[in-house]
Ligand binder design. Structure first.
Ligand SMILES: Cc1cc2nc3c(=O)[nH]c(=O)nc-3n(C[C@H](O)[C@H](O)[C@H](O)COP(=O)(O)O)c2cc1C
Length: 338
């Protein structure tokens, strides 16, 4: 499955594991890269740039294939030393950086100087075009289905991807709602050169989260996410548990939402400790996308990538044969067995 993205990043398969706070650690990134995709270590999961340097070394001990670093640029109460995180990635030999959150323009000269490929994650056509205009090498386009921050436009990938592909010249990566080979094939047909997945990778053997979280994803259907922070215009798609429902209730009260009312419920440390580490599904907020409705098992990353590629190739081949045969479409379209 060679595409503009596999060639650009030096990987075998057009499947990327997007940056994930608390989840994007070395063991997951290495597993994805060893399976032929691109694993990404999440910079801000590490408390300091020195810790990121150590995590990169740990990842390199587990894989000799390319992997990337996610740098999520967000306004924070306590200033984050983004420059130092970026330098730690570069000095650690990382040559692929996924940026997200804010315009990455201030970092581009540094990245250029070190031959870093920059993938910027965006949630709209206009932001994708902006990323292209400032010199990013590729964009990851996150549809409304995605886990985390889908933006405020609410456009799902069936429309967003072809709308972006029609205008972009740089390669596009489809992100949000993807977890199967059929969706990989569909994303390629919609103009993407690879897919980026978050939620699907949380429910893999190598993801460093409690088994209860993985099982909750298997048990959930596609309706089990909700949107918080809508009232603050900083929408986030998260698993619909007791805490998320409480947040939505507070936000739906008349008048402006005071973030101080939400703070104790949404604190990142609560989600990390109670949910991801201790396995209490209702213990805090945790990020998940609608693709949980398509997650039925907890494979290794290698098994997941193998079957996605096999299924996508099988579907594309089936259709090519059908359309090529004079008798027209004869066989029903069938995804290969899970
Ligand atoms: C647990 C979790 C944490 C995430 N944290 C981040 C993050 O820190 N920075 C970021 O850019 N994206 C983050 N994301 C978004 C993913 O990188 C990716 O864009 C998104 O998950 C794609 O949608 P999907 O989950 O439907 O595959 C996170 C996603 C998940 C599931």
């Amino acid at each position: 499955m060679r595409t503009a993205i596999t060639d650009m990043l030096g990987i075998e398969r057009p499947i990327i594991q997007g940056g994930m706070m608390w989840v994007g650690r070395a063991e997951l990134a290495a597993a994805v890269s060893n399976a032929g995709g691109l694993g990404i270590v999440t910079a801000l999961t590490q408390p300091t740039p020195e810790d990121l340097a150590k995590e990169i070394r740990r990842c390199r001990d587990m894989t000799d294939r390319p992997f990337g670093v996610n740098l999520t640029l967000l306004p924070t109460i306590k200033p984050v030393p983004y420059d130092e995180y970026a330098l730690a990635a570069i000095e650690g030999g990382v040559r692929i950086i996924e940026t997200a959150g804010r315009n990455p323009e201030p970092f581009l000269p540094l990245f250029r100087e070190h031959d870093v490929k920059v993938i910027h994650k965006c949630t709209s056509v206009r932001h994708a075009l902006k990323a292209e205009s400032i010199g990013c090498d590729a964009v990851s386009v996150d549809g409304f289905e995605c886990a985390g921050h889908p933006g405020e436009d609410d456009i799902t990938n069936l429309v967003l991807l072809p709308a972006a592909a029609a205008k972009l010249k740089i390669p596009m990566i489809a992100s949000g709602g993807i977890g199967t080979g059929g969706q990989l094939a569909a994303a390629l047909m919609l103009g993407a050169a690879a897919v980026n997945m978050g939620t699907r990778f949380v429910a893999t053997r190598e993801a460093p989260v409690h088994d209860n979280v993985k099982q909750a994803m298997v048990d959930a259907d596609e309706r089990q996410t909700t949107l918080i922070f809508r009232s603050l215009r900083n929408t986030a798609r998260v698993f619909r548990n007791a805490v998320a429902c409480e947040v939505v209730d507070i936000e739906s009260r008349p008048g402006d939402t005071d973030f101080a009312d939400l703070q104790p419920l949404v604190a990142g440390v609560r989600g990390r400790e109670q949910v991801l580490e201790k396995g209490d599904i209702d213990g805090g907020i945790w990020t998940a996308g609608q693709v949980i409705g398509l997650i039925n098992d907890i494979p290794s990353c290698a098994q997941l990538l193998d079957r996605m590629v096999m299924e996508a190739e099988g579907l594309i081949r089936d259709w090519s044969e059908k359309l090529g045969s004079p008798a027209g479409v004869e066989r029903p379209l069938r995804a290969c067995a899970e």
